[in-house]
Design a protein around this ligand. Structure first.
Ligand code: ADP
Ligand code: MG
Length: 233
């Protein structure tokens, strides 16, 4: 597997579009347990990032991630702005000056991004935040990777095996998103509601679910997208 600049740019574009499609769903969820702006925040930030990438085409993955990080830090706002901003800053740190990265580097970058969320937000798994999705999503990558320790084995991983692994990953992500519904929020705005935060999926977990779903989608060159609105509302 390799992940290149072109794939990254189409990922950002498609993620921005998918966020726009689901903006209202994210706002509704945030309205139930927060202040109703998560969809609006994310769409504003990622649309700005897409414009910046278009106006100043990046020469490598590191600078592309930096551009996205700056756009999100300046334009998403709320709690999620600095958190998603940190994700892309960490990715930029690992991807510096590279136009294409291999699977090992890519997994390392996702791990660094997750660590950045923990460092910045101080949440633990189970606190009903986006970390509830990032934690198992990255753990799956690490597990799946260590399962194919033998380089030759992973090199000859067939197209169908790769697609299967991606599908399984997205299914795990979906389960992780839906599992936030019954949890009591311990961090962020929803924590003020205490037990009344139960019964609603965490909006940041849903936008993170979309993030992983779209990564898998661009990597595989398509596939079926999850009808999130019927799952999470
Ligand atoms: P705000 O809550 O400031 O209005 P958003 O609505 O854009 O910001 O984002 C809310 C999301 O941010 C939550 O659904 C949750 O997933 C995430 N979040 C909030 N606080 C934290 C935290 N400390 N650590 C990780 N994620 C958090
Ligand atoms: Mg909000």
């Amino acid at each position: 597997m390799s992940f290149d600049l072109e794939t990254f740019l189409s990922f950002i574009q498609m993620y921005a579009k998918r966020l726009e499609e689901l903006q209202e769903v994210l706002n509704i969820l945030d309205n139930r347990i927060g202040d109703g702006d998560h969809g609006t925040n994310m769409v504003r930030g990622f649309n700005f990032a897409v414009r910046q990438l278009h106006e100043q085409p990046p020469s490598d993955l590191g600078s592309a991630c930096n551009t996205v990080a700056m756009a999100l830090l300046a334009h998403v706002g709320g709690a999620s702005g600095p958190l998603y901003g940190t994700v892309f800053m960490k990715l930029a740190g690992i991807f510096q000056q590279q136009t294409e990265v291999d699977k090992v580097t890519w997994i390392k970058a996702m791990e660094a991004a997750k660590a950045g969320i923990v460092q910045r937000g101080k949440a633990k798994f189970g606190d009903k935040t986006m970390l509830d999705v990032w934690e198992p999503a990255v753990a799956y990558l690490l597990g799946a990777h260590s399962g194919t320790q033998h380089e030759t084995h992973s090199e000859i991983q067939s197209e169908s095996q790769r697609e299967e692994a991606c599908e399984e990953w997205v299914q795990e992500v979906e389960v992780a998103v839906l599992a936030t519904r019954d949890r009591i929020a311990k961090k962020g705005r929803a924590a003020y509601l205490g037990p009344r935060s139960q019964g609603t999926c965490d909006p940041g977990s849903v936008s993170s679910g979309l993030f992983f779903e779209l990564l898998s989608y661009v990597y595989n060159g398509g596939g079926e997208l999850i009808p999130w609105e019927t799952r999470v509302l």
